[in-house]
Design a protein around this ligand. Structure first.
Ligand code: SF4
Ligand code: FES
Length: 237
């Protein structure tokens, strides 16, 4: 883009009377959607609500829906916009509080409902058990590590039958990581708790979630593996 290039941002606001269309200069070939939002707040509308922290794709705070697809504003280049107009909306399936800022509590409540924290199999053990680096379990767990709790996957499956009270793709992924981790002592109980959602969430929805996950977590394979573990669990019960 040349130095006089501009891009138009259409921003979905919580106040329907709020200004929602802004023409923003593109100052650098590396400028991001987050730079455009900051430019609007500094130059046109200081009330525009959006969230960010790290600016380097690590914190997950800046996830929104850009032209219909979940993305991080700090990682989406304005130069990638072909139409010259960009529609920016808050994440779906989470309550919008102020413009692009959503309430993330339902996301974290999903993780809590899934019991997605390690419960040590040997709580009194003093030395740290190590998963062998070359084990299949370790490889499967590491491939699923690195969730930045951005909420993009929950947004991508919003509208699915199970998404209302469901725990969400990130929580299912965490449950699988724990089920594969021999240091955890609650895997079986957790599988029972999430069995309904694992069965009910469609492969298409999970593929959508995977396609927008900035951490590139293999969410489709996660769902398949969870379904298999749940089926084994049912057979054993
Ligand atoms: S699984 Fe991916 S999309 Fe979902 S919250 Fe974690 S990083 Fe975001
Ligand atoms: S600001 Fe942290 S991921 Fe975008």
């Amino acid at each position: 883009m040349g130095s006089n290039a501009t891009v138009t941002l259409e921003v979905v606001r919580t106040d329907p009377a709020g200004r929602n269309r802004f023409e923003v200069p593109v100052r650098s070939a590396h400028a991001r959607v987050l730079d455009a939002l900051n430019w609007i707040r500094e130059n046109e509308d200081p009330t525009l609500g959006f969230r960010y922290a790290c600016r380097v794709g690590m914190c997950g705070a800046c996830a929104v829906v850009i032209d219909g697809k979940e993305a991080l504003t700090c990682q989406t280049a304005l130069g990638d916009v072909e139409s010259g107009t960009l529609r920016v909306e808050p994440l779906r399936g989470l309550p919008a509080r102020h413009d692009l800022i959503v309430d993330m509590r339902p996301f974290f409540e999903g993780l809590a409902r899934a019991g997605a924290a390690l419960r040590p199999r040997e709580p009194d053990r003093r030395d740290l058990p190590v998963l062998p680096p070359d084990s299949d379990e370790r490889a499967a767990i590491e491939a699923r590590n690195g969730c930045i709790t951005c909420g993009a996957c929950v947004s991508a499956v919003a509208g699915e039958a199970t998404s209302g009270d469901g725990v969400g793709p990130a929580a299912l992924n965490r449950v699988l990581m724990l089920a594969l981790d021999e240091r955890d002592g609650a895997g079986i109980a957790r599988l029972g708790d999430i069995a309904g959602e694992a069965r009910g969430l469609s492969a298409e929805a999970m593929a959508r979630a995977e396609s927008v996950c900035p951490a590139r977590i293999p969410l489709s394979a996660t769902l398949e593996r969870l379904k298999a573990l749940v089926a084994d669990h049912d057979d054993e019960g």
